[in-house]
Design a protein around this ligand. Structure first.
Ligand code: CA
Length: 262
């Protein structure tokens, strides 16, 4: 997730305060760019239409044209909501739902031209949150999306806790839980760490991290990035993980040491 562009650097501190208070409400009403939606749909025209619709709403959209690509993006991008077509060229939508449900409670809205009762019951039992028959009204889709996102923000119950060496990083309270105790991460520290953890071993460049975490208009946030990394490293040690989890590559970027995760 990223901080929306319209916020000036000076306002970021205030934004961080509000996010710790009610992150989803703030995101929806004031900063929709922070919301990411994954569209898994092989029909080009519909994919394009949805991307346009979500773009107009200010959401950040990722699209996949088949199930495998969709499952991969769901894992690497951690969207806030997924729109899933049930008829995909490689695997069926039911399989995609059951795979994603093994590790995430992200809201899934399934769409299909087939509306027989058995299919609908089946996909809801597998863990989809809603079903829309094609062709659906964009207003209805939009209303459903807002409902789920609002609910998600209120519950804040998505199960995105991550394991990092001897530590657990919980998205529910944004804390590092380790053998020596639980330490709170700031919003930015949490985001930097979560992003690094999407691909352990990969070197994320300074630009890449800044772009994703602070937003493209905040290109010179290298100082803020260093402060966040410094904070994360200290807190990791404070929580009781003594190994070097984050590698700094001077003038390039940062990565998570995959050996520690093994
Ligand atoms: Ca299809």
């Amino acid at each position: 997730m990223i901080i929306c562009k319209q916020y000036e650097p000076k306002a970021l501190q205030m934004l961080e305060f509000f996010q710790s208070w009610d992150p989803i409400a703030l995101a929806i009403y004031h900063c929709p760019e922070m919301i990411t939606i994954l569209v898994i749909e092989d029909e080009n025209s519909l994919q394009l239409l949805l991307k346009r619709l979500f773009g107009r709403e200010g959401f950040k959209t990722f699209a996949a044209k088949n199930g495998s690509e969709g499952m991969q993006l769901a894992k690497s991008r951690r969207p806030d909501l997924i729109i899933l077509d049930l008829g995909l060229p490689d695997v069926n939508g039911q399989y995609v739902i059951s795979e994603i449900r093994k590790w995430s409670k992200v809201p899934i809205i399934a769409v299909s031209a087939f509306n027989d009762e058995n299919t609908i019951v089946n996909i809801l039992e597998l863990g989809a949150d809603a079903f829309l028959e094609k062709p659906f009204s964009l207003d209805e889709l939009n209303a459903r999306i807002r409902l789920f996102l609002r609910k998600k923000m209120i519950d804040n119950s998505s199960d995105l806790s991550l394991q990092l060496g001897d530590l657990k990083i919980s998205n529910l309270d944004r804390k590092l839980h380790g053998p020596k105790g639980s330490i709170s991460l700031s919003v930015f520290e949490y985001r930097v760490l979560s992003l690094l953890l999407t691909q352990p071993g990969k070197i994320f460049s300074h630009e890449e991290l800044i772009n994703e975490i602070w937003g493209p208009s905040y290109k010179h946030a290298i100082g803020s990035l260093r402060v966040s990394i410094w904070g994360i490293k200290n807190k990791i040690a404070e929580a009781g993980e003594t190994r070097e989890l984050i590698s700094s590559i001077p003038k390039v970027g940062y990565s998570i040491n995959p050996l520690v995760l093994a």
